[in-house]
Design a protein around this ligand. Structure first.
Ligand code: HAX
Length: 439
C-alpha cells in the first residue's frame, strides 16, 4: 500500500532528527510556564510535537504547511468537482506531500476494500434506546470494532517498537474506511428508522459515497459539501480536546480504537464539537424570534441578550486563533457561491458583521471572530440534514482523518507515554510569594 511505502521511506531520517533533539539538545528551553497558564487550561504552552498540521494564531490552520485555500486548490479532485478528494487529503496528512490523482485514488481504493462493517455492529446499534445521543452510538460502534485491532493483536504476540506504526496504519485505514459508513447508518436508523446497511458504492469517492449513504436528495451538492466538511474538520494541530485526548490515550499504547473513542468523547463537549449544533440552534432562534432575518439593530440586541443571560455566543471565539477561522471562510464562500439567498446564510453573514462588535464591547473574549462552527451547521441544514445532534458525528468523521495520521506518526517516531507534572495550589502560592520578594 502506497502510504506504507511513503512513510517507511521517510522514517530513517526523521527518526534521526528526533533522536538528535532528544539526546543532544534536550536541555534547550522552548517555552516558559506561567501561573496563569497552569490555572488557565495550559493555554499556549508549547509542549506537543506534530508535523501533521499547525495553527498560527493570525493565519489559521496549515495542513503539512499548506493553507486551506492551497489545500483546496492543489489536491486532486473528482472529475467535474470543485472540492478535492478526501483520499488526497489523507495522503497529504500521512505523507506530507501533495498526491497525484493516482496516489489519492490509491487511498480511496484502500478504503473501498475496508468499508464493510461486521453484522454484530449493526445489531448492537439497533439494541440501543432511541434517545441515545448519536455520538454515543458512534463511540459504541468504534469500541465494538476494537476486537479487530491489528495493533493490539501484534502487541500481544510481541513486536519491536520500530514496527508499531505498521499495524497502527493498518488499523487507521480500517477505521477511517468504516467511520462514514457507521455514521450514515446511525443517521438513517436513528432519524428514519431504516434498518438496512447503507448502500456503499465502490465506484464513488469518500464524499460522494457519504452523500449516497445519507440519502440526501441533492447528492452532487452534498458530495462536495461532505468532502469540504471532512477536509476542513480533519486536523487542528495537537492541543485541541479531541486531538489531544486521542494522542494522550494512544501514548499508553492503547490502539487507535480506544484512542479515537477518547477523542470522540471530548468532541462531544459543548465547548468543542457540540458547538456547531448550538450555533445553528442560536441562528434558528433568531429567525424564529424575528420571523425571518432581523435588522442589524435587532440582531445586536439579541446578541447582547444572549451574553447578559450568562451564555456564550456559539461559533465565536477560539483558544488559539485571533482572526476569522479560514475554515469558516471556506465554508462561507461555499455557501455564498451556491445558495447566497438562503435565509440562514444571510443571517450567518450578518452575525459575522455584528457579533464581533458585541464581543469586543463586552471585552472578555480574546478573539471575537468566528470559528469553524459558526457556519458548518447552516450548510448541513441547507442540504436537509436538520437533526442537530448529528452534527458532532459529522465532525467526528472528519476528525478521524487527522487523529489517525497523528497516531501513526506518534508510533512511528516512538513517542513516549505522556505524563505532565502537576502542582498543588499551595505550591503555586509559594511560587507567587517568592516572585514578590524584593531582590
Ligand atoms: N461568547 C461569550 N463569551 C465568550 C466567547 C463567546 N463566543 N468566547 C469567549 N468568551 C469568554 C469566555 O467564556 C471567557 O469568559 P470568563 O472569563 O468569564 O470565563 C472569556 O471570554 C475569555 O475566554 P477566551 O480566553 O477568549 O477563550 P477560551 O480560550 O477560554 O475559550 C472557546 C475558547 C472556543 C471555548 C470560547 O471562545 C467559547 O466558549 N466560544 C463559544 C463556543 C464555541 O464556539 N466553541 C467552538 C470552538 C471551536 C472548536 O473547538 N470547535 O470544535
Amino acid at each position: 500500500m502506497i502510504l506504507y511505502e511513503k512513510i517507511a521511506a521517510q522514517l530513517p531520517a526523521w527518526r534521526e532528527r528526533i533522536k538528535s533533539l532528544a539526546k543532544d539538545h534536550a536541555e534547550v528551553v522552548v517555552d516558559k510556564v506561567t501561573v496563569g497558564q497552569i490555572v488557565g487550561g495550559m493555554r499556549d504552552i508549547k509542549s506537543l510535537l506534530t508535523d501533521v498540521s499547525y495553527v498560527d494564531s493570525n493565519e489559521g490552520i496549515r495542513f503539512r504547511g499548506l493553507s486551506i485555500p492551497e489545500v483546496l486548490k492543489k489536491l486532486p479532485k473528482p472529475r467535474g468537482a470543485k472540492i478535492p478528494l478526501v483520499g488526497g487529503l489523507y495522503y497529504l496528512l500521512m505523507v506530507g506531500e501533495i498526491p497525484t490523482m493516482e496516489e489519492a485514488m490509491a487511498v480511496e481504493d484502500e478504503w473501498d476494500k475496508r468499508a464493510e462493517i461486521p453484522d454484530y455492529v449493526y445489531k448492537m446499534l439497533k439494541t440501543m434506546p432511541k434517545d441515545a445521543h448519536p455520538m454515543i452510538l458512534l463511540n459504541l460502534a468504534v469500541m465494538s470494532l476494537e476486537r479487530n485491532s491489528a495493533f493490539a493483536r501484534k502487541y500481544r504476540e510481541g513486536m519491536k517498537k520500530d514496527e508499531y506504526w505498521e499495524p497502527a496504519l493498518e488499523d487507521s485505514l480500517d477505521l477511517t474506511a468504516k467511520i462514514p459508513v457507521i455514521a450514515a447508518f446511525i443517521y438513517r436508523y436513528k432519524y428514519f428508522g431504516e434498518k438496512k446497511k447503507p448502500g456503499y458504492n465502490v465506484k464513488l469517492d469518500y464524499g460522494a459515497n457519504f452523500a449516497r449513504m445519507m440519502k440526501i436528495s441533492d447528492k452532487k451538492g452534498y458530495a462536495d459539501l461532505s468532502r469540504l466538511y471532512f477536509i476542513l474538520h480533519s486536523d487542528h494541530e495537537s492541543g485541541n480536546v479531541s486531538a489531544h485526548s486521542t494522542h494522550l490515550v494512544g501514548s499508553s499504547l492503547s490502539d487507535i480504537y480506544f484512542a479515537y473513542s477518547a477523542g470522540l468523547s471530548g468532541l462531544a463537549g459543548p465547548l468543542h464539537g457540540l458547538a456547531n449544533q448550538e450555533c445553528l440552534a442560536w441562528l434558528l432562534e433568531v429567525i424564529k424570534r424575528f420571523d425571518g432575518v432581523p435588522s442589524r439593530d435587532d440582531l445586536y440586541k439579541f446578541a447582547w441578550d444572549t451574553l447578559n443571560s450568562g451564555k456564550v455566543i456559539p461559533g465565536y471565539g477560539h483558544a488559539v486563533l485571533r482572526v476569522p477561522d479560514p475554515r469558516f471562510t471556506a465554508q462561507m464562500e461555499f455557501a455564498k457561491a451556491r445558495f447566497p439567498h438562503d435565509d440562514l446564510v444571510r443571517l450567518a453573514d450578518m452575525v459575522f458583521d455584528v457579533v464581533p462588535t458585541v464581543l469586543k464591547e463586552q471585552g472578555k473574549a480574546k478573539n471575537p471572530a468566528p470559528n469553524v462552527d459558526a457556519i458548518s451547521g447552516t450548510l448541513q441544514y441547507y442540504y436537509g440534514v436538520r437533526e442537530f445532534d448529528f452534527y458532532t458525528v459529522l465532525f467526528g468523521v472528519g476528525r478521524a482523518l487527522g487523529v489517525t495520521a497523528n497516531y501513526v506518526w506518534s508510533r512511528a517516531l516512538g513517542m513516549p507515554i505522556e505524563r505532565p507534572k502537576s502542582v498543588t495550589t499551595k505550591m503555586l502560592e509559594e511560587a507567587v510569594a517568592k516572585s514578590l520578594q524584593p531582590l
